[in-house]
Design a binder for this molecule. Structure first.
Ligand SMILES: NC(=O)c1ccc[n+]([C@@H]2O[C@H](COP(=O)([O-])OP(=O)(O)OC[C@H]3O[C@@H](n4cnc5c(N)ncnc54)[C@H](OP(=O)(O)O)[C@@H]3O)[C@@H](O)[C@H]2O)c1
Length: 336
């Protein structure tokens, strides 16, 4: 099947198109930044500490602090497309609606919003989906041309529990449920295509190609690492206590506990559904979890990894004395 547009057309027209991406040091937005640069876009990366980031061809940094609304409008000046990617947080609606309002007074003519699977339900089931649903509503009423991407759990979440996995355990409180994990690089490829206008005013639910149980994920991890990795699904009270003892903020523990309770109580079947959106838009099958695990875990084990944004972020924030509560080495890295 052929896709709507190749994600990597290098043309002068694209070089003249500005895209601003929020949080280029984060899990999704780092992949989005790489994809937009590869496609020839001039990327403005909106970050808290621009001076601390290394120079990269095709990227200019500008300061944006989500907690400081006075930085919003200057960050968006002379921008065509805004990639609205902010971290999961109860303040997310406040941040993103503030940015949408600021965009209305600038040259921004398209917003590509990263949302989450299930945000379109009449009653979104998780706190994460409820925060995104509120923002999606604001985006629709803003009258700014937009595209909404609603991905399932990221494959890259596994990297957040790399140490635990390497100790022989893959921990995920999903019981016997299955999840259709998606690779953030596939979401990034769709975002690049969305910037061309080909998906305007559409909302796409993005999943990986197959649903996988905890045991199946553990089997891929075992094969990739060459060691036995056992799937463990703690009950919710044990999960909650572990996260709190590791210093995770209470709001985040509560949100994750609500999401996983839902899954354990068999209300999370939608997280095991698959869609054909990635293949329909890109013309390529979505990346599989096996491929991701083979490259991510083998690469890291052999010590040949490229620049590690997660390590760099920890260094920056320790250096600057910022609050590190959302970046601590949690046993489970989900931030849906
Ligand atoms: N995880 C999943 O499985 C999943 C699935 C579906 C949807 N989602 C959605 O995906 C979105 C992005 O998640 P993610 O995991 O890619 O995010 P992430 O890795 O946590 O990245 C967060 C980014 O936000 C930046 N940031 C944090 N506080 C900031 C502030 N005050 N001002 C400016 N920048 C700030 C961070 O920059 P610093 O380097 O400065 O800290 C970082 O670049 C979320 O909305 C989430 O709901 C996640």
């Amino acid at each position: 099947m052929s896709g709507l547009l190749s994600p990597t057309p290098k043309t002068n027209q694209l070089m003249n198109t500005n895209v601003a991406i929020i949080g280029s040091t984060g899990r999704s937005a780092s992949a989005w930044t790489d994809a937009f640069v590869a496609a020839g876009y001039a990327v403005r990366s909106l970050v808290r500490h621009p001076r601390l980031l290394p120079n990269r061809p095709g990227i200019r940094y500008r300061r944006l602090d989500l907690d400081d609304p006075s930085t919003y409008q200057p960050a968006l000046e002379d921008i065509d497309t805004l990639a609205l990617v902010t971290p999961a947080d109860p303040r997310q609606p406040e941040w993103e609606i503030g940015l949408i309002n600021a965009a209305r007074n600038t040259s921004v003519r398209r917003i590509i919003k990263l949302s989450v699977i299930g945000a379109d339900f009449i009653f979104p089931l998780s706190p994460f989906a409820r925060w995104h649903a509120e923002i999606e509503d604001a985006l629709r009423t803003s009258r700014i041309t937009h595209v909404i991407l609603r991905p399932n759990f990221f494959m890259q979440n596994l990297l957040m529990q790399k140490d635990v996995i390497e100790s022989g355990i893959y921990m995920e409180p999903i019981g016997t449920a299955s999840i259709s994990f998606v690779d953030v690089r596939d979401i990034a490829d769709i975002a690049v295509i969305a910037a061309s206008g080909a998906l305007d005013d559409q909302a796409l639910t993005l999943t990986g190609p197959e649903k996988l149980s905890g045991d199946e994920v553990a089997a891929f991890l075992s094969k990739a690492t060459g060691t036995a990795i056992h799937f463990v699904s703690p009950d919710i009270s044990e999960f909650r206590a572990t996260l709190l003892s590791r210093g995770m903020p209470e709001w985040h523990v509560a949100a994750l506990a609500e999401l996983y309770s839902l899954v354990q109580n068999r209300h999370g079947a939608y997280l095991g559904s698959t869609t054909s959106s990635i293949e329909e838009v890109t013309g390529q099958s979505p990346r599989t979890l096996e491929e991701f695990v083979n490259s991510a875990f083998r690469l890291r084990r052999s010590g040949r990894g490229s620049f590690d944004w997660q390590v760099a972020r920890r260094f920056f924030h320790q250096f600057l004395g910022d609050r590190l509560d959302r970046d601590a080495r949690w046993p489970v890295g989900f931030k849906l």
